[in-house]
Design a protein around this ligand. Structure first.
Ligand code: SF4
Length: 766
């Protein structure tokens, strides 16, 4: 049953007729009788031009670049800042696709929901005010602080079978629980969708996971993904979509599938998805989206929402759910998977702490009604035995809808009666927003139902070991306080004798329906853009700064780049974290001048083998950002020479924005990480690849470098992808280095106009 009013589903129902029509065209382009996986159907039905992407011989998966049209964008408060600042530079009046902003990452957990929320709103007021003003101006749905975590809200409101969505957060794939493709991206990719620019994705390989059998006893969907993470490791899903199929899928709840999809990010998967099921249909109805379910039913009848019979996967992994036991993964990496039955000896073997210091449940990964009702069934048993949690027991509801429903149904009071503290509906301890005074600098072990457990992620303490488990296991362990306790076999002693848990039970959906809770957190659906709205950014702000469009690096919009000096040669691994560090710098994500102070500050200078050192134009050694600033002050364009796989890691657009902000015009690499290479082009920096990798050492700091042949690339008359670099040493000695470019026609325009956004804005105004 749904006690929620039926929503106006006009803007949230996938455009099934258009998608089916495109899929029909795709089938005409592909070889006759091609069998498609579900992931391919969703991707290909979102192609802007199936002919261009799919026509011709050769493999598609893992080879071709797809130009896609996503249906929707979701942004969280930390990453939305730069995404919106970039979007603003295009000067478009509204977004090309429906979008939402979610205030969740900036809420710090300290004492409890109400006070934490009030304090965090004060601390981050200028950021929230900016986001809200931008949302109002461009017609974006704005979910206020306290409304909940982006992925839970998306699942409850926007996710729909067959949809293609981009989200500026790694765990965006959570929405795959509703049979769609939801992909985590950087802000620059989100802006592609917001401006109706083709969004490019290398066609992922597809890993099929066949589920058979039935979950038993304490085993949950979380245990399935914990187990799979152990099998695949943190890199096993890279460049792949994980598509689940088989008789074990339909029995899983929609929210359980979301947990599995959420943690697909832990194995590096592009995203995860599942065929449409009755449980998905029921979830849509229960959350007030009956019309979406009806449209999905019709699309499913036309074969859209599941794989074709006989579709082939690039690899298949089979998991028998009947044999799955609870797992605990960690410490410090989500793929170190240990079955519950061996966890005690695992702790002994590694001499890890065996005393639990805190138990945390909830987050975007595991705070569904089903999770909470099963957890409450454990708490009820413990309470009846006279037990209370032995350690701090923190509960993070994923959304106001969940919090209010759990309160209405008495689950919250059950949890509180055994010692739980309910935190705000926000990320809190999952992302380091946890003010924890105990165990500072000490070895200690926490158990969480979250998704990530990298060092210092939760409380900032490098020595806190976070073991990931299902909320049921975390809760049961909280009553023992002992990590060696196995709730499926062991007992806890009480004054009335030994007490043993029976396996948890619960409801997939609230028996008397969801309760909407405090509606003041939520936006009005499909808001109309209000162009007269002033964007709220104070000129004296240290956290937000209007982004000024970059000028073109080309005189007269084309020709060769001006001759420029090499600022330094970067040695070895240089990820987006090296180029733009995270941590304490995150608070400057919306202020390009301030965050640029961290540019390449952990990069190694190949000539001196030192970190964060470069030589300025006067021959003085300084930090890399200071040297860049000195070049910029003199209006001297510069270039970098970099090593292999430059810019690997996240899709962070700051790693391209910052060098550009300081006047970087060109980067020549042994090789680039693909996403970063595209991000450089988007910001108007020319990336070039050494034809001969050994030439890397031929260009040194202060050499003057002049492109030769770029002019023809820019005017489209070049017959080759080779661009020559004439290098003049300070001694006057000259040499020529061969490089190649990877610019597409569109990307040439990005460079000509100074950035992709300048180009998009100019086209829109024509
Ligand atoms: Fe990310 Fe954790 Fe927030 Fe989920 S709860 S969105 S994993 S920070």
């Amino acid at each position: 049953p749904s006690t929620l009013p039926i929503k106006d589903c006009t803007s949230i129902t996938p455009p099934y007729p258009r998608l089916l029509e495109t899929l029909e065209k795709v089938r005409n382009v592909l070889p006759k009788k091609s069998k498609l996986t579900l992931a391919e159907k969703i991707l290909y039905s979102h192609l802007r031009n199936p002919e261009e992407s799919l026509r011709g011989k050769g493999k598609i998966r893992g080879e071709r670049y797809l130009k896609l049209r996503p249906d929707r964008v979701a942004m969280q408060d930390a990453s939305a800042q730069m995404a919106l600042l970039q979007f603003m530079t295009c000067k478009l009046p509204s977004c090309a696709v429906p979008a939402s902003i979610h205030c969740d990452h900036l809420i710090q957990a300290q004492t409890g929901a109400a006070s934490d929320l009030t304090r965090s709103i004060e601390t981050n007021k200028e950021v929230f005010d900016f986001l809200e003003s931008a949302a109002q101006k461009y017609g974006i749905e704005f979910w206020r602080p306290g409304s909940g975590i982006i992925h839970q809200i998306v699942l409850e409101n926007y996710a729909a079978p067959g949809l293609l969505m981009l989200g500026t957060d790694s765990h965006t794939p959570n929405a795959g629980g509703l049979g769609m493709l939801a992909i985590g991206v950087g802000g620059a990719d989100a802006v592609d969708a917001l401006t109706d620019t083709p969004w490019e994705l290398k066609a992922p390989m597809i890993t099929g996971v066949k589920l058979t059998g039935q979950l038993q006893g304490w085993a949950t969907p979380k245990d399935l993904i914990l187990h799979l993470a152990g099998k695949l490791t943190v890199r096993g899903g890279t460049g792949r979509i994980i598509e689940y199929f088989g008789p074990g899928v339909p029995a899983q709840s929609c929210t359980g599938l979301a947990t599995i999809a959420n943690m697909g990010a832990e194995v590096g998967a592009t995203t995860s998805t599942f065929p449409y099921s009755d449980n998905m249909r029921q979830y849509l109805h229960a959350t007030g989206r009956g019309p979406v379910a009806e449209a999905a039913d019709a699309a499913a009848k036309k074969g859209f929402l599941s794989a074709d019979e006989g579709a082939e996967y690039d690899e298949v992994i089979e998991i028998n759910l009947s044999e799955l036991e609870p797992h605990l993964n960690g410490p410090f990496t989500p793929d170190l998977a240990t079955p519950l039955s061996s966890f005690s000896s695992f702790l002994n073997d590694n001499k890890y702490p065996t005393t639990l210091s805190s138990a945390l449940i909830g987050s975007c990964t595991n705070s569904s009604y089903e999770d909470m009702s099963r957890v409450a069934s454990i708490a009820e048993q413990a309470k009846a035995a006279g037990l209370k949690s032995k350690v701090p027991f923190l509960v993070t509801p994923g959304s106001e809808l969940i919090r209010a429903t759990v309160e209405k149904d008495g689950l919250q009071s059950t949890l509180e009666s055994v010692g739980a503290t309910v935190l705000a509906n926000a990320c809190g301890p999952c992302i380091g927003q946890w003010k924890r005074d105990e165990h500072k600098g000490e070895d200690n072990a926490i158990l969480t139902s979250f998704n990530r457990n990298f060092k210092a992620r939760n409380d900032g303490n490098l020595k806190t070991m976070n073991f990931l488990a299902s909320p049921e296991i975390v809760t049961a362990m909280a009553f023992s306080g002992d990590l060696k306790f196995n709730p499926t076999t062991d007992s806890i002693s009480t004054p009335n004798g030994p007490f043993k848990f029976t396996p948890p039970s619960g409801d997939r959906l609230p028996p008397t329906g969801y309760s909407a809770g405090d509606l003041s957190y939520a936006p009005s659906p499909s808001p109309v853009p209000q162009p007269q709205t002033e964007i709220a950014i104070s000129p004296s702000s240290t956290r937000l700064e209007i982004l000024e469009p970059f000028g073109t690096n080309f005189a007269n919009g084309a020709g060769e780049l001006p001759s420029m000096r090499c600022l330094m040669r970067v040695k070895g691994k240089c990820t987006t974290d090296h180029i733009s560090a995270a941590g304490a710098w995150l608070k400057y994500k919306g202020h390009l001048s301030n965050i640029s102070e961290n540019t390449l500050m952990t990069a190694v200078n190949d000539e001196s083998d030192s970190i964060n050192k470069a030589i300025d134009l006067e021959g003085k050694e300084d930090t890399i950002p200071n040297t860049m600033k000195a070049y910029k002050a003199k209006n001297e364009p510069w270039m970098l020479v970099v090593d292999d796989n430059y810019g690997e890691g996240s899709a962070r657009e700051h790693a391209a924005l910052q060098p550009r902000f300081y006047g970087g015009a060109m980067i020549v690499a042994r090789s680039f990480a693909r996403i970063h290479e595209t991000n450089l082009k988007k910001q108007g920096i020319l990336p070039l690849w050494f034809l001969n990798k050994a030439d890397y050492s031929k260009i040194s700091a202060h050499d003057v470098v002049q492109t030769k042949g770029l002019e023809k690339v820019m005017d489209g008359t070049s017959t080759t992808d080779v661009v020559l670099l004439e290098v003049t040493k300070p001694t006057g000695e000259k040499m020529v280095v061969e490089t190649r470019h990877t610019l597409s026609k569109d990307q040439i325009e990005w460079l000509r106009y100074g950035s992709a956004l300048n180009y998009i804005g100019a086209m829109a105004r024509q």
